[in-house]
Write a protein that binds this ligand. Sequence first.
Ligand code: BG6
Length: 465
Amino acid sequence: MKTDNKRTVRSDALALFGITGDLAYKMIIPALYALVKRGALTIPIVGVALEKWDRKQLQARIKDSLQQNGGIDDKKAFNKLLALLHYVSGDYTHPETYAAIKTALGKAKRPTHYLAIPPFLFENVIQGLGAAGLAQGARVIVEKPFGRDLASARELNRVAHAVFPEDAIFRIDHYLGKEAIMNILYFRFANSFLEPIWNRNYISSVQITLAEDFGVKTRGAFYESVGCLRDVIQNHLFQIVALLAMEAPTRQNPDAIQTEKVKVFRAMRPLAPQDLVRGQYAGYRHEPGVAKDSDVETFCALRLFIDSWRWAGVPWYLRSGKYLAQKVNEVRVELKPPPQKLFDDSPTLSGQSNYLRFQLAPHSSIGLAARVKKKGKEFVGDQKELFVIEEEPGEQSPYERLLGDAISGDRTLFTREDASEAAWSIVEPVLKTHPRALPYKRGSWGPKAAEIFAFQNGETSLVSR
Ligand code: BG6
């Protein structure tokens, strides 16, 4: 997106904290390679981590990461990436580490520092960068979760602002870099046909599902410190809600968009325990790193309301979980039935009404379901989906897109301080006070209790693939 944001100067180096970690291995290194491949990354990269690796070990790790995550199909780009790489090994709490980074950054005047490290280290590194004079003219990309509740998010913002101005802080949420999610913003505001129906008068509910058919894998210890609500709902799903619910920004400008999103979060009613069903998949407590008596939720379904002129009274149902029946990520905007039940099969509030569906994964598509008459004398019909778009090949990965944006200073797809804090304040009341996590079978749609939230399951079968 074009931006008139003032910090659009390109960075002249990238310091990647946590280069030996899991996130770098799976996501960031492949994104760096993709950027180099299309000529969008030519600046030096300084990888930082605790491991005492030599250059050879680092290069072997880069190679392995690429082979496991997409492959190496351009040897020249691979060699270029290796040539751009430097490595600094050190403890994030030691000033010597930052002195070594400074040396490795050489003449760079506007580095981007990417904190792909465990959240408890964010503050240490930010302060270390400040003390070493490495924040001057620099940007910092901070991974999620940005805080673990409102108070810690505020504290992290305070620490970050003591070192970096707000427009140099890039809070990353990889969902915002997904093509299908960017399309929600575009589709809503590039078309006029939606606007007349995009409100409480025509929409009966909005359902957002992020279902995964696998468990916490090797991330048990991390997951224990977050749970589903903090891991994906407060950030990924809330960002989708904001894009669906916001008013049109006055301009195509990062701050104008953020301002509209913040208004949505501020209009959301803080959650109460009865708005929430928490679940835990069978066997979670036996996963490595998980407490034997853990009450951490691997499933969460909730109902929220946005108390605004546009959305008053419309329930928003959000759910996410691990080990659910299928991997699917989609938004369903349910429309109200016509005012009069003219035909025997006319839709009612409880089903069969039209809907708009944004499928984000496993395939991206937008579908509009409408009833169409079946041939014959009877006035009865079927619900048919009209496809507006289908997935296009060659999309950039979210990390490639966001990393490229941060290096060039485009903040459109990053979260501003007030948006992050406002989102925390919605979940704050249920972070500690909540119903116990109910057990559910792997491969189900979560605990039965979540059925009160009227989600439509299995509708993906309507997609003719
Ligand atoms: C991450 C969460 O932020 O998002 C994971 O930590 C989750 O637990 C993942 O699996 C989902 O992302 P995606 O892009 O695979 O839908």
